[in-house]
Design a protein around this ligand. Sequence first.
Ligand code: FES
Length: 573
Amino acid sequence: MSEPTQRRAERFFNEPGVAGFIHRSFMKSMGHDDDDLGRPLIGICNTFSELNNCHQHFRELCEAVKRGVLQAGGTPVEFPTISLGENFLSPTSMLHRNLAAMDTEEMIRSQPLDGVVLLASCDKTTPAALMGAASADLPAILVSGGPMLNGRQGDQVLGACTDCRRLTAEHRAGRLDDAAYRGYEDAIVRSAGHCMVMGTASTMNALAEVLGMALPGNAAIPAVDSRRLRLAQAAGRRIVGLVAEDLRPSAILTPQAFENAITLLSALGGSTNAVVHLPAIAGRRDLDLPLRLFDEISARTPLLVDLKPVGRYQMEELFYAGGVPVVIKELLPLLHGDQLTVTGQTLAESVADAPAPDGSVIRTLAEPLDAHGGLAVLTGNLAPDGAVIKHAAASPELLRHRGRARVFTSVGDLRDRIDDPELDIEATDILVLQNTGPVGGPGMPEVGNLPLPAKLLRQGVRDMVRISDARMSGTAFGTVILHVAPESAIGGPLALVVDGDQIELDVPGRSLRLLVDDAELERRRAAWRPPAPAYRRGYGSLYLSHVDQAPLGCDFDFLHGHSPIDTEDQPKF
Ligand code: FES
């Protein structure tokens, strides 16, 4: 790209004739003077919403960014984009991630901004912001909102929502009465911020650091700790520098940066959702992240961080142990430390001052929690294009297992029958859920960790093998095989499984097989009919027509790639 002779905002406000007149006068209507209009115009993309508890403090966070922009000689302008509150959206926030990414990209692209600070945090908001920023390719820094404080009930530390699920299972099993259950409900989510276990939000905000798109330390500072406000202010100052240096996401989001992200994901025992989001972000830079890369890197990367749902601690303890920079510094022998970051330094330089691991929350390479990361990619006749398991969160005795399939054809079918006392089910059976993928869900909802049948829970069963084309919350756990591709709703082999089939899982061997002969599968395929589409109009219809399968990141096929803003005309009247 040739060096721009003028910044975008400068061109916009100095256009000749009536265009420049209008641009200046309408900006002045908001109190800006000519001095403001001569400075870099920094957009602050604010995903505040009263329907997103994780972002409830974003007004204050935004003010801190503005202070930083002003300190560095820029003019801050806040604008809203769609906010995706994980627990408030139906049928799933994943249906709207691409909509949020489009909103982010188009608002960066269409407005006369020189740089942008992206305020994101809750599960899908961070990948959406990074996808949009990668395609728009204007200087950008991500500032996340930080994790919630630990939940607390008496002397118990609670984690949203790993313990939401554990406590609900205890309640369903009759081991926790209603009053105690409601007491936990009052105590688990105590502050602003995103879920505080190593779920999807914690994972994606940590990956933003190692990708180089966020300032060091961004991921772990608790949402309500004043150090987060100071980090937001520092990001406001730094974005003005990024504009002066014309340092863009295209210089940061390299193939090596994505390999770094997968390495950190493995060392963190992070969310399986990153296996969907990282290919989607990479796709915006025209980069392929094949599933086998996740398996290869996970196999060679030790697990260093002891956080729920895999381990013992939560983000608050990770912060007290020094945060993600400590993990990155320890991992440097396995990382591309020469990658550029938004600091203007290399990744290695940016974490040079981080302390050593404490040996408890963060382990050393010499004494890891496990020799391997927590993820594995499975293939076989049940998942020709791959499936994912977070085996670090699974029961070791189930990692090699053969069992009888018990099939549910939809979430509704599961809800109707899973607790039926007459359900023919044994602990060694394999629960199969169909039609919950990107198209079938729709939106690939986080239903992959199917609830166990109540009658087995009462017998003390706490885990079974579960297989679906759905996702699983990053806060969940169990022997759960996810993201089966191609999905059942478009005719993938998962659609052909029927009750009583034998399925063989071999995680060490990386295989997932349906033990039914080919002739029988062909007979079933000929009789198979796709489910009725979930939408016939509107955004849902657009989504169904264009969503990719899980290994490609569930982006829209027409959103791959990027189109640099400076090659486009400025708006004219
Ligand atoms: Fe926002 Fe969990 S609800 S991260």
